[in-house]
Design a protein around this ligand. Structure first.
Ligand SMILES: [Zn+2]
Length: 406
C-alpha cells in the first residue's frame, strides 16, 4: 500500500476471528472488530456486522483461523539489554550499544504482541538528550512515547541494593537511610517505580528489615510512585510481603506463609519462570560450568521446581500474578513472553489464566486499566495469533499481527 493509500484508510476491520481475552476459558468464535482512530468502535458477530464505513475507507484484515488476544504486558523487562548467557556482562556495554539494543527490543516486543513493557532496571549513564546521568530506560520511555510501532513503557530507575551484589550496574545503599535516599533519587530522575533488591550476599538473610522496607514504601507512595522488589530467595520474599511492597519480582522461593501474607497485603507476584527454563537450554548450548556442569544442571532443575511450586502456591493463595520475561536483565530475549505463558501452565494455571497474567493482570499491576484489555471504546491494541491459546498456550508463539505495528 502506498503512503497516500494508507492515509485514506480511516478504519480497519478484523473479520471473523476467534476472541480470547484472558478472562474466561471461553473462546468466542466468528467475531469481527471495527477499529477507528486507534479505538475499538464495535465488536460484533462476523455474520451480522451491520453497516460498515464507506467502502474503500476500511482496511479489512481476514482474521479467520486466528485468535484475537489483547496486546500483552511484559511486566518484567530490561529494555536496554539483549539477554543471552552473558547477560550481566552486557550491562557494561557502551551507552550507544545499549540504546541500539533497546531499539531492536522494541521491534521484537511489537512483533511478539507485547504492547506494554515495564522496565525494572537499567544502568545509569548520561542521557543522550540532557547529558545528565540517570537510568537509561527513563529516557527510552520518554523518547518512545507516542511513536508508532513502539511499546508503551513504564520504567523503574536503576536497581537499588546492598553493596557488592552487582557492582557497576546498581545503586548501592550501605544503610537504611541510604536506601531511602536512593529510592527517592530515582523518583527525582523521573522513574515511575522503584526497584529494591531484597537478596543479599547471604541468601538466607534479607539485607533490610521489614521496617526499613516499609519506610521506603511509604515515602515512595507519598510521592505517587510504586515500589517493587526483586526476590530470588525466601528471606527477602518474607520481608517484602510483610512490608507491603507492590510486587515481588521472580518470587522463586515462596512458601505458603509468604504467599498468604502477599494475598493479605495486596502484594502481587511477577513471575519470570522462563529465565530458569532458558538456563536449562544453556546447559546444552554453552560450555559455561554454571549451566553445563552436572552440578549446575541439578541446581537449576531444583530451583526451577521450587519456582514452579512457588507460583502454584501464590496462585492457590489468591495472589494476583502478572508475568514477564526478564528479558535483558535475565537471560531471555524480548520476544519470548509466550515462553512464560507456557511456563505458567506448567506451574498449574489454566491456559486462560496464564493469558490473563500476560495481559490484564499486568495492566492492573501498572495501574493502567486499558492495558491488556479488549473493550469497545478502548485502545485497539490487538494481537492475532494462529491457533487457540486457551487449549494450546504455544499458540502465543504464533503471533502474526500486532495492530500498533503501523
Ligand atoms: Zn530482572
Amino acid at each position: 500500500m502506498t503512503s497516500d493509500a494508507a492515509r485514506a484508510v480511516h478504519a480497519r476491520l478484523y473479520r471473523d476471528g476467534a476472541l480470547a481475552d484472558g478472562r474466561s476459558d471461553r473462546l468466542s468464535l466468528g467475531v469481527s472488530i471495527l477499529v477507528e482512530g486507534g479505538r475499538i468502535t464495535w465488536i460484533r458477530p462476523a455474520d451480522d456486522e451491520g453497516p460498515l464505513p464507506a467502502a474503500g475507507s476500511v482496511d479489512v484484515v481476514d482474521a479467520s483461523g486466528s485468535s484475537i488476544v489483547p496486546g500483552m504486558v511484559d511486566a518484567h523487562s530490561h529494555l536496554t539489554m539483549p539477554g543471552g548467557a552473558h547477560w550481566i556482562d552486557r550491562g557494561a556495554d557502551p551507552t550507544e550499544r545499549l540504546l541500539a539494543t533497546a531499539e531492536a527490543n522494541a521491534r521484537l516486543l511489537t512483533g511478539a504482541g507485547v504492547r506494554w513493557a515495564r522496565d525494572v532496571g537499567s544502568v545509569r549513564r548520561p542521557d543522550p538528550d540532557t547529558g545528565s546521568e540517570r537510568a537509561l530506560a527513563i529516557g527510552v520511555r520518554d523518547r518512545w512515547r507516542g511513536r508508532t510501532g513502539y511499546p508503551h513503557v513504564r520504567a523503574a530507575g536503576t536497581w537499588i541494593m546492598t553493596a557488592g551484589m552487582l557492582p557497576g550496574l546498581s545503586v548501592e545503599a550501605r544503610n537504611a537511610d541510604e536506601l531511602l535516599a536512593a529510592a527517592l533519587a530515582q523518583l527525582d530522575d523521573g522513574a515511575d517505580l522503584v526497584k529494591l533488591y531484597l537478596d543479599g550476599p547471604d541468601p538466607a538473610t534479607c539485607p533490610w528489615t521489614v521496617a526499613e522496607i516499609r519506610r521506603v514504601v511509604d515515602a515512595v507512595h507519598l510521592r505517587g510512585g510504586r515500589v517493587t522488589a526483586h526476590s530470588g530467595y525466601l528471606a527477602g520474599a518474607r520481608a517484602g510481603a510483610e512490608a507491603g511492597v507492590g510486587a515481588l519480582e521472580h518470587g522463586f522461593e515462596l512458601d505458603w506463609d509468604t504467599a498468604t501474607t502477599m494475598a493479605r497485603n495486596g502484594v502481587r507476584l511477577v513471575s519470570t519462570l522462563c529465565v530458569l527454563a532458558s538456563w536449562q537450554t544453556f546447559g546444552i548450548t554453552t560450555a559455561l560450568p554454571r549451566f553445563a556442569s552436572d552440578e549446575g544442571a541439578v541446581r537449576i532443575e531444583a530451583r526451577r521446581e521450587r519456582a514452579l511450586a512457588s507460583v502454584a502456591a501464590a496462585h492457590r493463595a489468591g495472589v494476583s500474578i502478572a508475568t514477564g520475561t526478564d528479558h535483558g536483565g535475565g537471560s531471555t530475549r524480548a520476544n519470548q513472553l509466550a515462553w512464560e505463558v507456557e511456563q505458567l501452565v506448567q506451574a498449574g494455571l489454566e491456559p486462560w489464566e496464564a493469558l490473563g497474567c500476560a495481559t490484564w493482570r499486568g495492566g492492573e499491576l501498572l495501574g493502567e486499566p486499558d492495558a491488556g484489555v479488549i473493550r469497545v471504546g478502548g485502545p485497539a491494541d490487538l494481537v492475532l495469533v494462529h491457533g487457540d491459546p486457551l487449549s494450546d498456550p504455544t499458540a502465543m508463539w504464533r503471533a502474526w499481527h500486532s495492530s500498533w505495528a503501523g
